[in-house]
Write a protein that binds this ligand. Structure first.
Ligand code: 5GP
Ligand code: MG
Length: 180
């Protein structure tokens, strides 16, 4: 059943499952067999992260970071990042996991923070890539799907806190956020 607020489905549950399985294979091939420190960007990445680590077949530790826009008017567009709990990435091979790459600013900030924290290596996996919107060039090693410049929900992605639990990725109807 498609949620009534979703205009169309871009990727079904089945398509996502298959793509995540392929990404896991690619990731497993490049990481050291002694393990991965997977770092998810809250909140959206938690669904992708949880599916991905169950396909990895490598020892995995998990941590989370947040990336929040800093809006006091003095440095528009700057981002604050913070670790959630302890993040012991020093000397570790880190896999940064993000739901969707848009301008690239949040990933750029989180990557910088993980390097500062002493990660031995840093690779990045994003499920969705809105390539058209990119403003900064961030390195991405594993990419699920390229997506059009539309507002997407589901599989972790929200609008106003809703729709994260939809098993597919879909385009949100404009009427939902334009109040028509
Ligand atoms: P960036 O820093 O690359 O501009 O922003 C990436 C973040 O913007 C994502 O982690 C996500 O939180 C949010 N975002 C970008 N595009 C979408 C979208 O289509 N739907 C939702 N729900 N969030 C998005
Ligand atoms: Mg996000």
């Amino acid at each position: 059943m498609v949620n009534a607020d979703v205009e169309r489905i871009l990727f079904t549950e089945e398509q996502i499952r298959e793509r995540v399985r392929e990404l896991a294979r690619e990731i497993r091939a490049v990481f050291d067999p002694d393990g991965v420190y997977a770092v998810g960007v809250l909140t959206g990445a938690f669904v992708f992260l949880s599916d991905l680590i169950r396909q990895l077949d490598l020892p995995v530790e998990v941590g989370f970071v947040t990336a929040t826009s800093y809006r006091d008017g003095t440095r528009p567009g700057a981002l604050l990042t913070s670790a959630v709990g302890e993040l012991r990435v020093a000397g570790r091979d880190v896999l940064l996991v993000e739901d969707i790459l848009d301008t690239g600013r949040s990933l750029e900030a989180v990557q910088a923070r993980l390097r500062e924290a002493g990660a031995r290596s840093l690779r990045t996996a994003v499920l969705l890539d809105k390539a058209e919107r990119r403003e900064v060039d961030v390195p991405v090693d594993f990419r699920g799907f390229e997506v059009p410049n539309e507002f997407l929900v589901g599989y972790g992605l929200d609008y106003a806190g809703r729709y994260r639990g939809l098993p597919y990725v879909g385009v949100l109807r404009r009427s939902v956020y334009e109040g028509v």
